[in-house]
Design a protein around this ligand. Structure first.
Ligand code: SAM
Ligand code: DTB
Ligand code: SF4
Length: 343
């Protein structure tokens, strides 16, 4: 029998309208719903705003690798942990643009440039502007994740042609101190404000499976759903356990998050931020096609493609081609998500 939150179709569609007044208790109640009801509602809301057969392909490139001053407890790139990763300096714009061309040829419609920085330094801005404008000129959507930004830096990146800026809250506010101590939740919220004020779209989500409780996952989604503007793109990462990092080591001992709980997180993300691109991000390498299909049914509509994320493995192109064929999925064309922005 359906639970007491069951209601007629029109009420479900009304629920698809974005809300910014979610309470933490309401978000927790969504997590606690019978799984079939939760996924059905998330799927209904997904269809209100998106074609359920379209999934966006985005490709990542680490433009500056390792040696990072932050101590994010999951990260292969923090200088605080011995992960065996070789640090590399900022790439030249021509090399980045060549990688973006290859990504486009492989079917990606968005290209995301990631740097292992605590914050952007003004001396690097001209190189970044050249990369961004070069990638944009290829007809790709542009995204970057470069750490904290000032208001001025955000404007400069926007002027160079940057469409999206990725800056994650990572987890709920109560678990945050278990994850990173070198920057605060408020620091992250400030950067997001600068990004919005500069007129860029925000890409903001977090990681699940770091040993947090369901209440922390609800806390993350509550924080995202009560932002002044919902994230335009909401990455849900499953922790990729990296040897040598405190959180990776812990999870290697205790085991990964329950896959059904992961799907619940995707579904709740779709329900509380109905117009966001919900990105099935890190962690796909170890997910079965069936689990990924459930995530798409629950409202995920974007993935990272190519055999590498920033520093860790991701399914190869041919594996994702099989997944798309198996599930009759079509790649989302450039610009398609724009109809869903402005929440
Ligand atoms: N340094 C910038 C920053 O942290 O804002 C940008 C790069 S950082 C690698 C981008 C995001 O990747 C992080 O915020 C985190 O959510 C995610 N991430 C990093 N390592 C991860 C891992 N091992 N598993 C899952 N997600 C991860
Ligand atoms: C995000 O939320 N996930 C992506 C993107 N934003 C930059 C990064 C995932 C990184 C996974 C670990 C690695 O490859 O280093
Ligand atoms: Fe640095 Fe970003 Fe990794 Fe944190 S997540 S250590 S800020 S690269």
């Amino acid at each position: 029998m359906a639970d007491d939150l069951s209601r007629p179709v029109q009420a479900r569609l009304d629920a698809a309208q974005p809300r910014h007044d979610w309470t933490l208790e309401e978000v927790e109640a969504l997590f606690a719903r019978p799984f079939m009801e939760l996924v059905f509602d998330a799927s209904t809301v997904h269809r209100r705003w998106f074609d359920p057969n379209q999934v966006q392909k985005s490709q990542l490139l680490s433009i500056k690798t390792g040696g990072c001053a932050e101590n994010c407890g999951y990260c292969s790139q923090s200088a605080s942990f011995k992960t065996g990763l070789k640090a590399e300096k900022l790439m030249e714009p021509s090399a980045v643009i060549a990688e973006a061309m290859a990504a486009k040829a492989g079917g990606a419609s968005r290209f995301c440039m990631g740097a292992a920085w605590r914050d952007l330094k003004d001396r690097d801005t001209p190189k970044l502007a050249a990369m961004i404008s070069g990638v944009k000129a290829l007809g790709l959507e542009t995204c970057a994740t470069l750490g904290m930004l000032t208001a001025d830096q955000a404007k400069q990146l926007k002027d160079a042609g940057l469409d999206y800026y990725n800056h994650n809250l990572d987890t709920g506010p109560d678990y945050y101190a278990e994850v990173v101590t070198t920057r605060s939740y408020q620091d992250r919220l400030d950067t997001l404000e600068h990004v919005r004020d500069a007129g860029m779209s925000t890409c903001c989500g977090g990681i699940v499976g770091m040993g947090e409780a369901r209440r922390d996952r609800a806390g993350l989604l509550h924080a995202l759903a009560t932002l002044p503007v919902h994230p335009d793109s909401l990455p849900v990462n499953a922790l990729v356990p990296v040897t040598g990092t405190p959180l990776g080591e812990r999870v290697l001992k205790t085991g990964e998050i329950d896959p059904i709980e992961f799907v619940r997180t995707v579904a709740v993300a779709r329900l509380v931020c109905p117009k966001a691109m919900v990105r099935l991000s890190a962690g796909r390498e170890t997910m079965s096609p069936e689990l990924q299909a459930l995530c798409f049914l629950a409202g995920a509509n974007s993935i990272f493609v190519g055999g590498k994320l920033l520093t860790t493995p991701n399914p190869e192109q041919d594996e994702d081609a099989r997944l798309f064929a198996l599930l009759d999925l079509q790649p989302m064309p450039v610009g398609a998500p724009d109809q869903a922005t402005a929440s």
